[in-house]
Design a binder for this molecule. Sequence first.
Ligand SMILES: C[S@@+](CC[C@H](N)C(=O)[O-])C[C@H]1O[C@@H](n2cnc3c(N)ncnc32)[C@H](O)[C@@H]1O
Length: 403
Amino acid sequence: MSETNGRDPTKRTVAEQRSYLVTTVAQAKTITTNWLKGVDLDQAVTLGLPEVDDRYHIWRVPLRKARTRTKIGELVIDAYTTEILPEKTTRPELLEARLLGKREEGTKKANPSELVYKLSELRNTIGYGDSEKLIEEMPAASVDLIFTSPPYFNARPEYSEFEEYDEYLQKMRQVIRRCHRVLSEGRFFVINCSPILLRRASRNESSKRIAVPFDLHRIFIEEGYDFIDDIHWLKPEGAGWATGRGRRFAADRNPMQYKAVPVTEYVLVYRKRTDLLIDWHIRNHPDKELVAASKIKDGYETTNVWRINPKTNSEHPAAFPTELAEKVITYYSFKGDVVMDPFAGSGTVGKAAVKTGRRFVLYDINLEYVQLMQRSAQDWLGKVAEDILCVNVPPISADSRLF
Ligand SMILES: C[S@@+](CC[C@H](N)C(=O)[O-])C[C@H]1O[C@@H](n2cnc3c(N)ncnc32)[C@H](O)[C@@H]1O
């Protein structure tokens, strides 16, 4: 067989004319196999024959049960970019449910007239461990709001558990994916994050900024969330001078050396993808008194710029202010709801949840922070703190103060 597989070499395929990045069945299969490995389904699922659809410049790869070869879904790849299109691809949870021959809660497409509003039964929880694992133990659709700020990526290995930025993003994807399962239909995931500065290693190198929020944005969209808002948390002037950014320019004023001093952080708002209107949640909430009590009072933030002083006096180096958490919680949940922070640090989200009449689920991988949360919870809740479900750590007792 010739290199052109017997076809007329003067005729270029559509894929070649359009300079697709995915031009062969083998490439489409490799992309799909890697995706299946990433979602732990590579053993259970086999591939059908990939087909290119030039009208939409996509590849469709049938996904079949390994044992019976019954089709259980398909993966759709953008032929131009190699990206997997999440809105067209069968979601991993649905594949899992079909493999097991059952419908998992939350995988059914919402039919507003059939759906029943279920109040979460979770109680206040503080857990020690990797949130990726802890979330797996939780029931589907048991959380009403997620608010978090993720760990920082730091290129210096002595400060970071992640050697490579891609490894960091992959970890964030795993947590964001697991959060999707436990978040109730149409509920919000709000994340506080900002670009990071990688300091230069020597005088001959320049420093580098990484736009973490934009990379996280893509992950959210791919994992089944809709983008709702980009809120800018504005810190008072002068807050950013400590980083030294902009000082050099202030002295020399040379073009191209200009560097804006960062005085904002993003508060990005996503919603678990759904066909339900927000109105559905308000009309179907089983406790009308709670809905009425959750109405937002005058003096709320009317724009996407929120002026809030950064937190001081915290026992955690990266804590966000309680005021920020209170605003997010009151704007995006009802009283009585469950608010989760998978990277909880000092537990600011827990404190704000209690202040605003919500329940909390707080996880951290650092034992010192978990113990700090257990101690602080006694200030937020008094004796009731002893009822907190503590995962992988002893329950709170009056002695917890001794940690
Ligand atoms: C930016 S801090 C959060 C600070 C928090 N918002 C506060 O107000 O105190 C991120 C936290 O994530 C925790 N963390 C990092 N990786 C984690 C993981 N895989 N699971 C749970 N917690 C993790 C770190 O120990 C750190 O306390």
